[in-house]
Design a binder for this molecule. Structure first.
Ligand code: UD1
Length: 418
Protein backbone atom coordinates (compact mmCIF):
# COMPACT_ATOMS: atom_id res chain seq x y z
CA UNK A 1 0.00 0.00 0.00
CA UNK A 2 1.40 3.41 -0.97
CA UNK A 3 2.69 5.84 1.62
CA UNK A 4 4.09 9.34 1.43
CA UNK A 5 7.38 10.15 3.09
CA UNK A 6 8.12 13.79 3.91
CA UNK A 7 11.36 15.13 5.36
CA UNK A 8 10.37 18.32 7.10
CA UNK A 9 12.08 21.68 7.24
CA UNK A 10 12.06 23.02 3.68
CA UNK A 11 10.49 26.38 2.95
CA UNK A 12 8.08 26.32 0.01
CA UNK A 13 8.36 28.60 -2.99
CA UNK A 14 7.04 28.91 -6.52
CA UNK A 15 3.62 28.18 -7.98
CA UNK A 16 1.06 25.40 -7.84
CA UNK A 17 -1.90 24.76 -10.15
CA UNK A 18 -5.21 23.72 -8.61
CA UNK A 19 -7.29 20.97 -10.22
CA UNK A 20 -11.04 20.96 -10.75
CA UNK A 21 -13.21 20.23 -7.73
CA UNK A 22 -13.76 16.61 -6.73
CA UNK A 23 -17.06 17.58 -5.12
CA UNK A 24 -18.24 19.19 -8.37
CA UNK A 25 -17.16 16.50 -10.73
CA UNK A 26 -18.69 13.58 -8.81
CA UNK A 27 -22.30 14.90 -8.83
CA UNK A 28 -21.83 16.08 -12.42
CA UNK A 29 -20.77 12.59 -13.52
CA UNK A 30 -23.83 11.21 -11.70
CA UNK A 31 -26.02 13.85 -13.40
CA UNK A 32 -24.78 12.76 -16.82
CA UNK A 33 -27.09 9.76 -16.37
CA UNK A 34 -30.03 12.15 -16.77
CA UNK A 35 -28.93 13.33 -20.20
CA UNK A 36 -29.22 9.91 -21.88
CA UNK A 37 -26.65 11.35 -24.25
CA UNK A 38 -22.94 12.16 -24.52
CA UNK A 39 -21.46 14.49 -21.89
CA UNK A 40 -17.87 15.71 -21.91
CA UNK A 41 -16.09 16.98 -18.81
CA UNK A 42 -13.07 19.15 -19.56
CA UNK A 43 -10.17 19.73 -17.19
CA UNK A 44 -11.41 16.83 -15.06
CA UNK A 45 -9.37 15.93 -11.97
CA UNK A 46 -7.78 12.50 -12.40
CA UNK A 47 -8.67 11.19 -8.95
CA UNK A 48 -9.34 7.78 -7.50
CA UNK A 49 -12.95 8.77 -6.68
CA UNK A 50 -13.42 9.76 -10.33
CA UNK A 51 -12.17 6.32 -11.44
CA UNK A 52 -14.54 4.65 -9.00
CA UNK A 53 -17.65 6.57 -10.08
CA UNK A 54 -16.63 5.92 -13.70
CA UNK A 55 -16.51 2.17 -12.97
CA UNK A 56 -19.87 2.41 -11.20
CA UNK A 57 -21.43 3.98 -14.30
CA UNK A 58 -19.87 1.27 -16.45
CA UNK A 59 -21.48 -1.33 -14.18
CA UNK A 60 -24.89 -0.06 -15.38
CA UNK A 61 -23.69 -0.15 -19.01
CA UNK A 62 -22.81 3.51 -19.54
CA UNK A 63 -19.75 4.13 -21.73
CA UNK A 64 -17.09 6.02 -19.81
CA UNK A 65 -13.76 7.12 -21.24
CA UNK A 66 -11.38 8.74 -18.76
CA UNK A 67 -8.57 10.26 -20.78
CA UNK A 68 -5.60 10.97 -18.53
CA UNK A 69 -3.53 12.60 -21.28
CA UNK A 70 -5.91 15.52 -21.78
CA UNK A 71 -7.90 15.39 -18.51
CA UNK A 72 -11.14 14.75 -20.37
CA UNK A 73 -13.97 12.44 -19.42
CA UNK A 74 -16.45 11.37 -22.07
CA UNK A 75 -19.60 9.68 -20.79
CA UNK A 76 -22.33 8.24 -22.95
CA UNK A 77 -25.33 7.25 -20.85
CA UNK A 78 -27.63 6.36 -23.77
CA UNK A 79 -26.73 2.69 -23.31
CA UNK A 80 -27.62 2.36 -19.61
CA UNK A 81 -29.43 -0.95 -19.22
CA UNK A 82 -30.16 -1.32 -15.50
CA UNK A 83 -30.43 0.71 -12.30
CA UNK A 84 -28.50 -1.60 -10.00
CA UNK A 85 -24.87 -0.49 -9.84
CA UNK A 86 -22.20 -2.94 -8.69
CA UNK A 87 -22.33 -3.21 -4.89
CA UNK A 88 -18.61 -3.68 -4.31
CA UNK A 89 -17.86 -0.48 -6.23
CA UNK A 90 -20.68 1.46 -4.54
CA UNK A 91 -19.33 0.54 -1.10
CA UNK A 92 -15.98 2.11 -1.99
CA UNK A 93 -17.35 5.63 -2.14
CA UNK A 94 -20.02 7.44 -0.20
CA UNK A 95 -20.75 9.78 -3.10
CA UNK A 96 -22.28 6.78 -4.93
CA UNK A 97 -25.55 7.77 -3.28
CA UNK A 98 -25.61 10.61 -5.83
CA UNK A 99 -26.71 8.07 -8.44
CA UNK A 100 -30.07 7.59 -6.71
CA UNK A 101 -31.64 10.87 -7.87
CA UNK A 102 -30.61 10.61 -11.54
CA UNK A 103 -31.58 6.91 -11.83
CA UNK A 104 -34.96 7.56 -10.26
CA UNK A 105 -35.57 10.57 -12.49
CA UNK A 106 -34.63 8.85 -15.76
CA UNK A 107 -35.75 5.26 -15.14
CA UNK A 108 -38.29 5.49 -12.31
CA UNK A 109 -36.32 3.18 -10.02
CA UNK A 110 -32.99 2.37 -8.40
CA UNK A 111 -31.48 -0.29 -6.18
CA UNK A 112 -28.21 0.65 -4.57
CA UNK A 113 -26.08 -0.88 -1.84
CA UNK A 114 -25.83 1.36 1.25
CA UNK A 115 -22.72 3.43 0.42
CA UNK A 116 -19.36 3.48 2.23
CA UNK A 117 -16.76 6.28 2.04
CA UNK A 118 -14.80 8.40 4.48
CA UNK A 119 -14.86 7.21 8.05
CA UNK A 120 -16.14 10.46 9.55
CA UNK A 121 -19.30 9.67 11.43
CA UNK A 122 -22.48 7.80 10.68
CA UNK A 123 -23.50 10.08 7.80
CA UNK A 124 -27.14 9.03 7.34
CA UNK A 125 -29.08 9.57 4.09
CA UNK A 126 -32.51 10.13 5.64
CA UNK A 127 -32.86 13.61 4.12
CA UNK A 128 -32.27 12.26 0.62
CA UNK A 129 -34.87 9.55 1.12
CA UNK A 130 -37.46 11.86 2.71
CA UNK A 131 -37.06 14.16 -0.28
CA UNK A 132 -37.57 11.33 -2.77
CA UNK A 133 -40.72 10.32 -0.89
CA UNK A 134 -41.99 13.92 -1.08
CA UNK A 135 -41.57 13.70 -4.87
CA UNK A 136 -43.81 10.63 -4.92
CA UNK A 137 -41.30 7.77 -4.77
CA UNK A 138 -41.64 4.67 -2.63
CA UNK A 139 -38.36 4.11 -0.81
CA UNK A 140 -37.42 0.98 1.16
CA UNK A 141 -34.27 -0.10 2.98
CA UNK A 142 -33.41 -3.74 3.63
CA UNK A 143 -30.71 -6.39 3.22
CA UNK A 144 -28.05 -3.67 2.86
CA UNK A 145 -29.79 -1.97 -0.08
CA UNK A 146 -31.87 1.15 -0.64
CA UNK A 147 -34.58 0.76 -3.25
CA UNK A 148 -36.67 3.49 -4.82
CA UNK A 149 -39.59 3.18 -7.20
CA UNK A 150 -41.75 5.86 -8.77
CA UNK A 151 -44.16 5.52 -11.69
CA UNK A 152 -43.90 9.27 -11.98
CA UNK A 153 -42.29 11.97 -9.88
CA UNK A 154 -44.34 15.03 -9.03
CA UNK A 155 -42.81 18.36 -7.98
CA UNK A 156 -43.26 19.38 -4.35
CA UNK A 157 -41.97 21.76 -1.67
CA UNK A 158 -39.18 20.16 0.32
CA UNK A 159 -37.73 21.71 3.47
CA UNK A 160 -34.43 20.14 4.49
CA UNK A 161 -33.96 19.79 8.28
CA UNK A 162 -30.27 20.45 7.66
CA UNK A 163 -28.63 21.97 4.55
CA UNK A 164 -27.08 18.69 3.39
CA UNK A 165 -24.89 19.01 0.31
CA UNK A 166 -25.63 15.53 -1.00
CA UNK A 167 -29.37 15.69 -0.29
CA UNK A 168 -29.67 19.06 -2.07
CA UNK A 169 -27.84 17.63 -5.10
CA UNK A 170 -29.77 14.37 -5.18
CA UNK A 171 -33.11 16.13 -4.93
CA UNK A 172 -32.19 18.67 -7.61
CA UNK A 173 -31.31 15.77 -9.91
CA UNK A 174 -34.43 13.79 -9.01
CA UNK A 175 -36.64 16.82 -9.69
CA UNK A 176 -35.37 17.92 -13.10
CA UNK A 177 -37.85 15.76 -15.00
CA UNK A 178 -40.59 15.64 -12.34
CA UNK A 179 -44.00 17.02 -13.29
CA UNK A 180 -44.40 20.65 -12.24
CA UNK A 181 -42.25 22.62 -9.84
CA UNK A 182 -40.07 21.56 -6.92
CA UNK A 183 -38.70 23.93 -4.30
CA UNK A 184 -35.92 22.89 -1.96
CA UNK A 185 -35.77 25.16 1.07
CA UNK A 186 -32.91 25.31 3.56
CA UNK A 187 -30.86 23.93 0.70
CA UNK A 188 -27.08 23.72 0.97
CA UNK A 189 -25.43 26.62 -0.87
CA UNK A 190 -21.95 25.24 -1.59
CA UNK A 191 -20.29 26.43 -4.84
CA UNK A 192 -20.29 22.83 -6.07
CA UNK A 193 -24.10 22.89 -5.95
CA UNK A 194 -24.13 26.03 -8.08
CA UNK A 195 -21.83 24.20 -10.53
CA UNK A 196 -24.19 21.21 -10.63
CA UNK A 197 -27.11 23.60 -11.29
CA UNK A 198 -25.15 25.09 -14.16
CA UNK A 199 -24.47 21.64 -15.61
CA UNK A 200 -28.13 20.64 -15.26
CA UNK A 201 -29.22 23.78 -17.11
CA UNK A 202 -26.64 23.07 -19.82
CA UNK A 203 -28.24 19.65 -20.41
CA UNK A 204 -31.65 21.32 -20.70
CA UNK A 205 -33.01 21.44 -17.13
CA UNK A 206 -34.65 24.49 -15.58
CA UNK A 207 -32.94 25.03 -12.21
CA UNK A 208 -33.08 28.43 -10.50
CA UNK A 209 -31.15 29.45 -7.39
CA UNK A 210 -28.62 26.60 -7.10
CA UNK A 211 -25.93 27.90 -4.74
CA UNK A 212 -28.49 29.73 -2.55
CA UNK A 213 -30.68 28.40 0.26
CA UNK A 214 -33.73 28.08 -1.99
CA UNK A 215 -33.52 26.07 -5.20
CA UNK A 216 -36.43 25.93 -7.67
CA UNK A 217 -36.60 23.22 -10.27
CA UNK A 218 -39.22 23.38 -13.00
CA UNK A 219 -39.64 19.95 -14.54
CA UNK A 220 -38.75 19.46 -18.20
CA UNK A 221 -39.52 16.52 -20.52
CA UNK A 222 -36.21 15.87 -22.20
CA UNK A 223 -32.51 16.48 -21.62
CA UNK A 224 -29.45 16.38 -23.86
CA UNK A 225 -25.64 16.14 -23.73
CA UNK A 226 -23.15 18.96 -23.10
CA UNK A 227 -19.51 19.84 -22.52
CA UNK A 228 -18.74 21.23 -19.08
CA UNK A 229 -15.66 22.50 -17.25
CA UNK A 230 -16.07 22.20 -13.46
CA UNK A 231 -15.01 24.88 -10.98
CA UNK A 232 -11.60 24.80 -9.29
CA UNK A 233 -11.27 22.84 -6.08
CA UNK A 234 -11.55 25.34 -3.20
CA UNK A 235 -10.44 22.71 -0.67
CA UNK A 236 -7.30 21.84 -2.63
CA UNK A 237 -6.55 25.58 -2.91
CA UNK A 238 -7.17 25.93 0.84
CA UNK A 239 -4.85 23.01 1.55
CA UNK A 240 -2.01 24.67 -0.40
CA UNK A 241 -2.71 27.97 1.38
CA UNK A 242 -2.35 25.98 4.59
CA UNK A 243 0.96 24.54 3.37
CA UNK A 244 2.35 28.06 2.94
CA UNK A 245 1.07 28.97 6.42
CA UNK A 246 2.51 25.95 8.24
CA UNK A 247 5.94 26.34 6.59
CA UNK A 248 5.86 30.17 6.97
CA UNK A 249 6.50 30.49 3.24
CA UNK A 250 5.30 32.58 0.32
CA UNK A 251 3.79 30.79 -2.70
CA UNK A 252 1.50 31.51 -5.64
CA UNK A 253 -1.61 29.39 -6.12
CA UNK A 254 -3.23 29.33 -9.58
CA UNK A 255 -6.87 28.28 -9.95
CA UNK A 256 -8.51 30.22 -7.14
CA UNK A 257 -12.05 31.58 -7.20
CA UNK A 258 -11.92 34.27 -4.51
CA UNK A 259 -15.64 34.16 -3.75
CA UNK A 260 -15.50 30.42 -3.00
CA UNK A 261 -12.46 30.79 -0.73
CA UNK A 262 -13.74 33.73 1.36
CA UNK A 263 -14.34 31.71 4.56
CA UNK A 264 -10.86 30.16 4.35
CA UNK A 265 -9.11 33.40 3.39
CA UNK A 266 -10.87 35.23 6.27
CA UNK A 267 -9.53 32.81 8.87
CA UNK A 268 -6.00 32.66 7.45
CA UNK A 269 -5.95 36.46 7.33
CA UNK A 270 -7.08 36.60 10.97
CA UNK A 271 -4.15 34.31 11.73
CA UNK A 272 -1.77 36.81 10.13
CA UNK A 273 -1.31 35.28 6.67
CA UNK A 274 -1.22 37.88 3.91
CA UNK A 275 -3.29 36.80 0.88
CA UNK A 276 -3.44 38.84 -2.29
CA UNK A 277 -5.77 37.84 -5.09
CA UNK A 278 -4.70 38.56 -8.66
CA UNK A 279 -7.39 37.33 -11.06
CA UNK A 280 -7.61 33.56 -10.54
CA UNK A 281 -4.36 33.38 -8.55
CA UNK A 282 -3.54 33.94 -4.89
CA UNK A 283 -0.20 35.07 -3.52
CA UNK A 284 -0.03 33.62 -0.03
CA UNK A 285 2.60 35.16 2.25
CA UNK A 286 2.93 33.59 5.68
CA UNK A 287 6.39 34.90 6.52
CA UNK A 288 5.18 37.09 9.41
CA UNK A 289 4.42 35.72 12.89
CA UNK A 290 1.06 33.90 13.08
CA UNK A 291 -1.59 34.23 15.81
CA UNK A 292 -3.86 31.58 17.33
CA UNK A 293 -7.55 31.72 16.31
CA UNK A 294 -10.89 30.04 17.05
CA UNK A 295 -12.89 28.36 14.28
CA UNK A 296 -16.27 26.71 14.00
CA UNK A 297 -17.10 24.60 10.93
CA UNK A 298 -20.42 25.54 9.35
CA UNK A 299 -22.35 24.94 6.13
CA UNK A 300 -21.23 27.26 3.30
CA UNK A 301 -20.55 30.20 3.44
CA UNK A 302 -19.22 29.20 6.85
CA UNK A 303 -15.81 27.62 7.38
CA UNK A 304 -15.72 24.24 5.59
CA UNK A 305 -15.41 21.02 7.57
CA UNK A 306 -13.22 19.76 4.72
CA UNK A 307 -10.54 22.29 5.81
CA UNK A 308 -10.80 21.57 9.54
CA UNK A 309 -7.92 19.09 9.79
CA UNK A 310 -5.58 21.20 7.63
CA UNK A 311 -6.23 24.37 9.66
CA UNK A 312 -5.63 22.36 12.82
CA UNK A 313 -2.22 21.34 11.46
CA UNK A 314 -1.26 25.02 11.09
CA UNK A 315 -2.56 25.95 14.55
CA UNK A 316 -0.44 23.20 16.13
CA UNK A 317 2.56 25.29 15.05
CA UNK A 318 1.19 28.68 16.22
CA UNK A 319 2.13 29.83 19.72
CA UNK A 320 -0.90 30.20 22.03
CA UNK A 321 -4.28 28.49 22.36
CA UNK A 322 -6.72 27.93 19.49
CA UNK A 323 -10.11 26.22 19.60
CA UNK A 324 -11.73 24.39 16.67
CA UNK A 325 -15.37 23.36 16.96
CA UNK A 326 -16.68 20.78 14.47
CA UNK A 327 -20.42 21.19 13.96
CA UNK A 328 -20.97 19.25 10.70
CA UNK A 329 -19.72 15.73 11.45
CA UNK A 330 -19.73 14.10 14.86
CA UNK A 331 -16.61 12.00 14.37
CA UNK A 332 -14.19 14.19 12.50
CA UNK A 333 -11.30 14.40 14.94
CA UNK A 334 -9.75 11.06 13.94
CA UNK A 335 -6.60 12.89 12.83
CA UNK A 336 -5.99 14.23 16.34
CA UNK A 337 -4.46 11.04 17.76
CA UNK A 338 -2.16 10.79 14.72
CA UNK A 339 -1.15 14.46 15.01
CA UNK A 340 -0.33 13.91 18.68
CA UNK A 341 2.14 11.19 17.62
CA UNK A 342 3.98 13.95 15.73
CA UNK A 343 4.13 16.06 18.90
CA UNK A 344 1.02 18.21 18.49
CA UNK A 345 -0.64 19.33 21.73
CA UNK A 346 -4.41 18.89 21.23
CA UNK A 347 -7.18 18.08 23.69
CA UNK A 348 -10.65 17.03 22.61
CA UNK A 349 -13.61 18.30 24.59
CA UNK A 350 -16.82 17.05 22.98
CA UNK A 351 -17.15 18.70 19.59
CA UNK A 352 -14.21 21.06 20.25
CA UNK A 353 -10.47 20.61 19.98
CA UNK A 354 -8.23 22.82 22.09
CA UNK A 355 -4.87 23.31 20.42
CA UNK A 356 -1.76 24.56 22.18
CA UNK A 357 0.92 25.58 19.67
CA UNK A 358 4.28 23.81 20.05
CA UNK A 359 7.79 24.82 18.94
CA UNK A 360 8.51 21.73 16.92
CA UNK A 361 7.07 18.47 15.65
CA UNK A 362 9.00 15.25 15.22
CA UNK A 363 8.47 12.87 12.32
CA UNK A 364 7.21 9.31 12.73
CA UNK A 365 4.82 6.90 11.00
CA UNK A 366 1.21 8.11 11.02
CA UNK A 367 -1.95 6.87 9.33
CA UNK A 368 -4.30 8.82 7.07
CA UNK A 369 -7.66 8.02 8.64
CA UNK A 370 -9.60 9.88 5.95
CA UNK A 371 -8.98 12.11 2.96
CA UNK A 372 -8.50 15.48 4.67
CA UNK A 373 -6.83 13.90 7.71
CA UNK A 374 -4.19 12.52 5.34
CA UNK A 375 -3.63 15.95 3.80
CA UNK A 376 -3.27 17.48 7.27
CA UNK A 377 -0.67 14.88 8.28
CA UNK A 378 1.36 15.69 5.16
CA UNK A 379 1.18 19.36 6.19
CA UNK A 380 2.54 18.47 9.65
CA UNK A 381 5.26 16.41 7.94
CA UNK A 382 6.42 19.51 6.04
CA UNK A 383 7.65 21.02 9.32
CA UNK A 384 8.39 17.95 11.46
CA UNK A 385 12.02 17.14 12.23
CA UNK A 386 13.19 14.10 10.27
CA UNK A 387 10.89 11.85 8.28
CA UNK A 388 7.11 11.60 8.54
CA UNK A 389 5.60 8.57 6.84
CA UNK A 390 1.91 8.93 6.07
CA UNK A 391 0.40 5.49 5.42
CA UNK A 392 -2.99 4.56 3.91
CA UNK A 393 -2.43 7.27 1.35
CA UNK A 394 -5.22 5.87 -0.85
CA UNK A 395 -7.53 8.12 1.17
CA UNK A 396 -5.58 11.17 -0.04
CA UNK A 397 -5.58 9.92 -3.64
CA UNK A 398 -9.38 9.95 -3.55
CA UNK A 399 -9.35 13.75 -3.53
CA UNK A 400 -5.93 15.21 -4.41
CA UNK A 401 -4.32 14.98 -7.85
CA UNK A 402 -0.64 13.96 -7.51
CA UNK A 403 -0.23 15.72 -4.19
CA UNK A 404 3.41 14.69 -3.78
CA UNK A 405 4.36 16.08 -7.22
CA UNK A 406 2.68 19.40 -6.45
CA UNK A 407 4.53 19.69 -3.12
CA UNK A 408 7.83 18.58 -4.71
CA UNK A 409 7.49 21.37 -7.30
CA UNK A 410 7.10 23.82 -4.42
CA UNK A 411 10.40 22.60 -2.95
CA UNK A 412 9.24 20.05 -0.37
CA UNK A 413 11.32 16.94 0.28
CA UNK A 414 8.55 14.44 -0.36
CA UNK A 415 8.17 11.10 -2.13
CA UNK A 416 5.74 8.24 -2.58
CA UNK A 417 6.87 4.73 -1.71
CA UNK A 418 5.15 1.42 -1.08
C1 UD1 B 1 -20.37 16.64 1.10
C2 UD1 B 1 -18.97 16.56 0.58
C3 UD1 B 1 -17.99 16.38 1.73
C4 UD1 B 1 -18.20 17.46 2.79
C5 UD1 B 1 -19.66 17.56 3.20
C6 UD1 B 1 -19.95 18.73 4.12
C7 UD1 B 1 -19.25 15.60 -1.62
C8 UD1 B 1 -19.04 14.43 -2.54
N1 UD1 B 1 -18.87 15.46 -0.34
O1 UD1 B 1 -20.65 15.39 1.72
O2 UD1 B 1 -16.66 16.46 1.20
O3 UD1 B 1 -17.43 17.14 3.93
O4 UD1 B 1 -20.48 17.72 2.03
O5 UD1 B 1 -19.55 19.91 3.55
O6 UD1 B 1 -19.69 16.65 -2.05
N2 UD1 B 1 -26.89 14.35 7.10
C9 UD1 B 1 -28.00 13.78 7.68
N3 UD1 B 1 -28.92 13.19 6.85
C10 UD1 B 1 -28.76 13.17 5.49
C11 UD1 B 1 -27.63 13.76 4.93
C12 UD1 B 1 -26.70 14.36 5.76
O7 UD1 B 1 -28.16 13.78 8.88
O8 UD1 B 1 -29.64 12.62 4.81
C13 UD1 B 1 -25.86 14.96 7.97
C14 UD1 B 1 -24.54 14.19 7.88
O9 UD1 B 1 -24.53 13.08 8.72
C15 UD1 B 1 -23.56 15.23 8.30
C16 UD1 B 1 -24.17 16.53 7.75
O10 UD1 B 1 -25.54 16.23 7.50
O11 UD1 B 1 -23.48 15.32 9.69
C17 UD1 B 1 -23.52 17.04 6.48
O12 UD1 B 1 -23.60 16.09 5.48
P1 UD1 B 1 -23.76 16.46 3.94
O13 UD1 B 1 -23.81 17.92 3.76
O14 UD1 B 1 -24.88 15.64 3.40
O15 UD1 B 1 -22.39 15.92 3.35
P2 UD1 B 1 -22.16 15.01 2.09
O16 UD1 B 1 -23.04 15.41 0.98
O17 UD1 B 1 -22.13 13.59 2.51
Amino acid sequence: MDKIVVRGGNKLEGEVNISSAKNSVLPIIAASILSGDKCVIDNAPMLEDVNVIGEILKSISAKVDINRDNNKIIIDTSSIANCEPDSELVKKMRASFLLMGPMMSRFGSFKISLPGGCNIGTRPIDLHLKGFTALGAKVTIGHGYVKGVADRLIGNNIYLDFPSVGATENLMMAAVMAEGETTIENAAAEPEIEDLGKFLNEIGANVIGAGTDTVRIIGVKKLKGTTHRPIYDRIEAGTFMASAAITRSKIKINGVIEEHLKPIIAKLTEMGVDIKIEGESAIVDATKELKPIDIKTMPYPGFPTDMQAQIMAILCSVKGTSVITETIFENRFMHVSEMKRLGCNIKIDGRSAVIEGVDNLTGTQVKATDLRAGAALILCGLIAEGCTEVTDIYHVDRGYVKIEDKFKNLGADIKRTN
